[in-house]
Design a protein around this ligand. Structure first.
Ligand code: NG6
Ligand code: CA
Length: 510
């Protein structure tokens, strides 16, 4: 008898504890990072785009905080994605440049990642959309078997991804460990060295193309969905995507995940394929922007944001869901296909007031739109000029969800939670951007390390920011980086170069 009553007491207490835990867990906000691809600082209307409207993205800004001084770690995709998910500067690890479509996984599996940390905090965590961080081990990938390690081995509980970029083979979705809709009798082979199989290629069969590659840039290998790609693939015909359906497919997957996990905290790293090349949005958007396929892809991206917001609304999750909207790197018009982005841009400046673009050490390379919306925790109609990096999401979310970080976890991530929530305007002490060469932004100053590369990438028509001499710009008065004042302030150059070396040799966030 006594025994039973004790048991009852214990289990009653436990139940009570469990209930409290569940309630606490439910108070943690859901977090969705909507990560656009190659979207420039000036490409959406709340950041100055005049020619088309992006009402859904603008609404996020209206209801949240719009940052004017936020940066991706790099001016290209793979390293920026590595940075946001690990909280570590990509240049600290070899092999984090733009990954070929058959690269092995570049995120180490023995360290906690951002999703891994949130998983420990009780979150269900999904990677949906563009991956481009490699898959499989050093031995290479067999696309017809269980593909791992990948997202599930670095902290995600669910994944539905495009393996690399939209312009790289294999053009298939991978859900968890497997290619979606693969017919085992039509196995996939992929090669980045030489042609395989008998599929037509852009080089040999241009008459089969709906969009021509730029002869200066390649992209003329295997044709998938009437668009030639980088790399050769054969087989997997039933699994190949239709470009016009990608946005709809991944948006549906995100909404499915949200609805399945509505009772518990969830995190979605939603990486849209828009507005990377090849741009071939759904017919609902094609021809609608008046700016060609690039503008149409921006409309599709905005639609995607609207769909996710609508799903949260209808599930009653809006209030306690934090949405972060940003881009992995700056803009480019012609990135390999003759899709009229250049001809139809007109007066539009995709980098807004900033110089350069994707691939560039100048500001348009890594300074990107960055919006935070969270009705339960962030006041709307707010703007912030705080200097902040996408790297900082890791330590800030750890703070938000009550997780402590080890010294070697997210070593370059600063806790900027108050800044994310619009409660503080204190800037990061400094920040490094990366585009072949490293730049250090500290206070008002930006120092670009001397480097040997070409000044202009002729194919994409972007100034890369390379110079054999050191460059120093005063961003508050010269955001367009017109006047290199390095010779005027040699002491400043020296101090920043020394500081950069110190940060390179040792992370300094904690
Ligand atoms: C470049 C490709 C470009 C794009 C980029 C990756 C050529 C000439 N250019 O190498 O088309 O795919 O890689 O873009 O191959 S990113 O946004 O994923 O970094
Ligand atoms: Ca990109």
């Amino acid at each position: 008898m006594i025994y039973t009553s004790i048991l009852k007491k214990i289990s009653g207490g436990m139940l009570c504890g469990l209930l409290t835990l569940t309630a606490a867990a439910q108070q943690k906000p859901n977090i969705i990072i909507i990560y656009a691809d190659d979207l420039g600082y000036g490409d959406v209307s709340c950041y100055g785009m005049k020619k088309i409207k992006t009402p859904n993205i603008d609404k996020l800004a209206k209801q949240g905080v719009r940052f004017s001084n936020a940066y991706a770690t790099s001016a290209t995709c793979t390293p920026s994605r590595f940075g946001i998910l690990t909280g570590k500067y990509p240049w600290r690890q070899k092999g984090t440049g733009i990954a070929p479509g058959d690269a092995s996984l570049i995120i180490p599996t023995d360290h906690r990642t951002l999703p891994g940390m949130l998983k420990d905090a009780g979150y269900q965590t999904a990677a949906i959309g563009k991956w481009h961080l490699g898959l499989g081990g050093k031995e290479g990938i067999d696309w017809n078997k269980s593909i791992q390690p990948g997202p599930l081995e670095v902290g995600f509980t669910y994944s539905f991804i495009m393996p690399a970029t939209l312009d790289r083979v294999p053009c298939v979705f991978v859900e968890n460990h497997n290619v979606v809709n693969l017919d085992q009798n039509d196995p996939i082979t992929v090669n980045y060295q030489h042609k395989i199989g008998t599929d037509p290629t852009g080089l040999e069969n241009p008459e089969k193309l709906r969009m021509h590659p730029d002869p200066q840039q390649g992209h003329n290998q295997t044709i998938v969905d009437s668009i030639s790609r980088i790399g050769w693939m054969s087989g997997g015909n039933s699994a190949r995507w239709k470009d016009a359906d990608i946005a709809g497919t991944i948006t549906q997957k995100a909404i499915g995940f949200i609805s399945k996990n509505k009772q518990q905290p969830f995190f979605i790293y939603f990486a849209s394929g828009d507005i990377h090349v090849p741009r071939y949005p759904h017919s609902q958007f094609r021809g609608k922007s008046g700016m060609g396929l690039r503008g149409d892809a921006i409309l599709q991206l905005d639609w995607t944001v609207g769909q996710i917001v609508k799903a949260l609304d209808s599930l009653g999750l809006t209030k306690n869901t934090m949405i972060i909207f940003s881009s992995d790197n700056g803009p480019v018009l012609n990135d390999g296909y003759l899709d009229q982005a250049v001809e139809l841009a007109g007066t539009h400046q995709p980098g807004g007031p900033l110089r350069g673009g994707k691939y560039s050490a100048f500001e348009a390379g890594a300074r990107v739109p960055f919006i935070v919306k969270w009705p339960a925790g962030v006041k709307g109609n707010n703007t912030s000029n705080t200097l902040i990096s996408q790297l900082d999401l890791f330590a800030s979310f750890a703070h938000l969800t009550g997780q402590s970080l080890q010294a070697d976890e997210a070593p370059d991530s600063f806790d900027m939670l108050d800044q994310l929530l619009g409660k503080s305007r204190n800037s990061r002490p400094w920040l490094i951007t990366h585009a072949g060469t490293l730049s250090l932004i500290s206070g008002d100053w930006k120092y670009i390390t001397p480097s040997k590369g070409p000044k202009l990438d002729r194919a994409v028509n972007i100034e890369l920011g390379h110079d054999l001499a050191p460059q120093l710009y005063q961003l508050s008065t010269d955001v367009h980086e017109q006047k290199n004042v390095a010779e005027q302030y040699p002491e400043k150059v020296k101090a920043l170069a020394t500081q950069l070396e110190e940060i390179k040799s040792k992370p300094q966030s904690r």
